[in-house]
Design a binder for this molecule. Structure first.
Ligand SMILES: *Cc1c(COP(=O)(O)O)cnc(C)c1O
Length: 280
């Protein structure tokens, strides 16, 4: 790895990104009281030079949506970056994705096929398991990927396991190179809520309930996970984490109990659309 191939940003751009990042960090800190939280800087479509500015300001967690773009950036950026894959995951891209040594978390797993493909492709040389989050489609929109949320009523009464339970069980039982770290949702912005009410977003509530229910079930099924060989829950706190909240609603998400927020636009500025990118 050599960052010397990366073009430098102008002093103005450097100042602009540094300032936005500092502001977002302050807002994250004040919205999350004293709980630990992770700010993932979402850098899709943004050049490596922009990422390097954040890195030089101490940022280590970055999120990308496209496998090839992530592979290319990971090659030229520092090895202690913790990459989060947050795009739609196709099983046939899992192998390429898993080849990135500093891939830290795949936030968008929603099939056993994808989990198995990641597990199989991961190098035995990796010392830490790859964190995965199960993507939940809390808003029920067709355009969004993810599995249906759980309710307390749905899980213990029903003898048929839900898709989320099946996937969780598959990861914990059959994918030793993965750790089921938590749940992720994109959700919908609820525009009927005022800024003060935004933490009551129904999608946040659904993800929390899903987490609570799944966590209880995992505890019953596999026992609590202490020490080495832990297969689910965050490495340090042993609980399932929640990834919810983006530029428009990350403070509300943190107040609602999110552990991981994914912020792009508010750090790097607006992005070109996918069509504009491919026409370049
Ligand atoms: C692009 C993206 C983000 C960042 O969105 P912003 O509104 O730019 O903060 C967060 N999460 C996912 C899954 C994304 O695709």
């Amino acid at each position: 790895m050599s960052t010397s191939t990366i073009q430098k940003t102008s002093p103005e751009r450097t100042a602009e990104i540094s300032e936005s990042l500092a502001k977002i960090r302050a807002r994250v800190a004040s919205a999350s009281s004293d709980r630990p939280q992770t700010l993932v800087a979402v850098s899709k479509y943004k050049p490596s030079a922009d990422i390097l500015v954040c890195y030089q300001n101490g940022q280590r967690d970055f999120g990308e949506n496209y496998v090839q773009e992530l592979v290319d950036k990971a090659k030229e950026l520092p090895e202690d970056i913790q990459w989060h894959f947050i795009g739609t995951l196709q099983s046939n891209k899992a192998k390429l994705l898993a080849s990135i040594p500093n891939l830290h978390t795949v936030q968008t797993v929603s099939s056993e096929k994808a989990a198995s493909a990641l597990n199989k492709a991961l190098s035995a040389e990796r010392t830490a398991p790859l964190n995965i989050l199960i993507q939940v489609n809390t808003s029920g929109e067709d355009a969004k990927s993810g599995l249906a949320p759980l309710t307390s009523a749905s899980i213990f009464s029903d003898s048929n396991s839900s898709d989320i339970q099946k996937l969780a069980e598959h990861v914990v039982s059959n994918c030793p190179r993965l750790r089921l770290q938590g749940l992720m949702t994109i959700g919908a912005l609820d525009l009927s809520l005022s800024a003060n009410e935004m933490e009551n977003n129904a999608d946040f509530e659904k993800l929390k309930e899903t987490r609570d229910v799944l966590q209880r079930w995992l505890q019953t099924e596999f026992g609590s996970q202490e020490g080495q060989g832990k297969r689910w829950g965050d490495e340090s706190i042993g609980k399932l984490l929640l990834s919810m909240g983006m530029s428009s609603d990350f403070e509300a998400a943190l107040k609602a109990g999110s552990d991981i927020v994914r912020v792009g636009t508010d750090i790097f500025g607006s992005r070109k659309t996918k069509d504009e990118m491919s026409n370049q």
